[in-house]
Structure formats: structure tokens, C-alpha cells
Design a binder for this molecule. Sequence first.
Ligand code: 13P
Ligand code: SF4
Length: 317
Amino acid sequence: MATRPHGPFPADLEAAILELKEERNAVVLAHYYQESEVQDLADFVGDSLALAQAATRVDREVIAFCGVHFMAETAKILNPGRVVVVPDLAAGCSLADGCPPDAFRDFSAQHPDAKVVSYINTSAEIKAQSDLICTSSNAVKMVEYFAGEPIIFAPDRHLARWVEKEANRPDLIAWQATCIVHEQFSAKRLVQLKVKHPDAEVLAHPECDEVVLDEADFIASTKGIIARAVDSPAKTLIIATEDGVFHQIEQQAPDKQLIQAPAMDESCACNQCPYMRLNTLEKLYLCLRDLEPQVTLPEATRCAALVPLEKMLDLSA
Ligand code: 13P
Ligand code: SF4
């Protein structure tokens, strides 16, 4: 099997990437969980909803997507005529992996009257089986859209629990996957940290376990967490999400003290998503140079996935 050509890399990698971007007529979209140098080079940085919205406005031939696979796949669903490349095809997501299409079809078949609301952290095959997509920033609103109807909510069980509470829909039929990053936060150690920092505000992502969310002052998507951290009157913030968000907060509010929420295992770098962190500047350079790896998907799946995705975008406009 042919090996993919690698370096040598140009001495000024950032400048070479910017040059290649123009040569390829490419745009770089990045999620907040990317390394800060990747965020700084991107044309647009956002949460899952903002990135999907940005993908509808692309006017370049190539999208280099620095995030995880389901995000780049979403960009491809919306841009069938453009080339979508990623720095590393192995950048997956435990939530997307935790919801296999065949098993999900069997699950849904047990609830034939239910509407299917799927988190954007799913494969295109799951989106194709859904009535509506949601992200962490609009999940409550999307569930409310099907008021009075039975709803299957997939795949994040913690997000489902939070939405049940916020939307007053205790009857969601929830798939039981979890995020390997957000499920690591420890409520017990968070309480101890709050005692040490009584004036701190706790900001958390809704993928965290309920016991962690119960200790939070503010729960939102990554974009919402960044905005709140910047605007909050609190000088000290304890943040229960991937620590890639620190970069934007540090730039916009350099006076704030940012503390990572503690993980159950004191020794691990749990606040970093191992999938997101597979992407590097070197791999971004290579994917722009070689126009690979590309994200592709069967046209029938893409068309079926587009319907609930566009519906979410319309409802979120
Ligand atoms: P956001 O849409 O809040 O950025 O979340 C994406 C994600 O993967 C969180 O783990
Ligand atoms: Fe998936 Fe969790 Fe990584 Fe987000 S942080 S991409 S939900 S594994």
C-alpha cells in the first residue's frame, strides 16, 4: 500500500498554509476545541451550529475542516459540489461512534410513532434516519418543535437528561451514548474546588453528567460558554468542557482567571478531546497540499441527511 507523502515541512508553516489556502481556493473552518495555532489560522471558528451555518455560506472550492469527522461530514452534506478535506480522517467522536446505524434503526422501529431528534454528533447515516437535527445550542428548541409527540433523542444520554429538564419533556426516549471527555468531570472534586473559590462561576457543557450540571451556574454550548465567560461579572471561572475554549476567552478577556473543572482521574489530561487533538498544523498543511483525506458519502445518504439538517438550520435562523 502506498504511504502518504509527508514532510519536509516549510520552515514557516503558518505562511505556507496561508499560501496554499489561496492556491487551492480554500476556506479553513475550525472548532473551538482545536489547538490555538489552528484556531488562529482559521477563517472561521465556531461551535457546531455556527460551523454548520458557516458551511452554508462558503464560496470557495475547498473546505479544510479542522474539527471531528461528523462536523466535516455536515459541511459535505451542505456542499456536495465542494471538496471537503480534513487533517486527520481518524478524528472521530465517541457519541457518533456510540450510535451504529443498524442498531439505531432497530431501536427506532420499536417506537414507530416517535419523531427522531438527533444530535449533530452523529454519522450521516443516523442523520438520514432522523426527522430533525439539533446541536447543544438549540436542542431544547428543537425538542419543543415536536410538542405533544413522542420523541427519540439520540445519542447523548446526558444531553437528553438536560433537555428533558429544560423543555419539561421527561418522556424522551433516549439512546445511551456518552462523550468520553465530558463524562470524566468529577462532581465531588468540583464541589471541593468551589469551596476553595467561593466567588467563581461554574460554566458547563450539557454533555456533562447531571451531577456535574447540578453544580453549574451556567450551561451552554462552547460558543455560549465563551460568551458567558467574557461577559460574566465573575473574575474566576471554573470551566467544565474541553479546554480548547480557553484560547478564545483568554484573547477576549485576558484579566479572567480560568480553572479547568477537575476530572475523576487526577492524573489524566481529560479536558482534551483525543479526537479533536489529532489535528495539527502539519496535517492541515498536508491536507491542503494533497487535497486528501477527503470526506465523501453516498449521494442517497447525503440527500436523506440534508432534509433534517436544513430543517434545523431553518428553525435556527
Ligand atoms: P458545541 O456544539 O457546543 O461546540 O459542541 C461540540 C462538541 O463536540 C462538544 O463536545
Ligand atoms: Fe465527541 Fe466528546 Fe470529542 Fe465533542 S468532546 S467531539 S462529543 S468525543
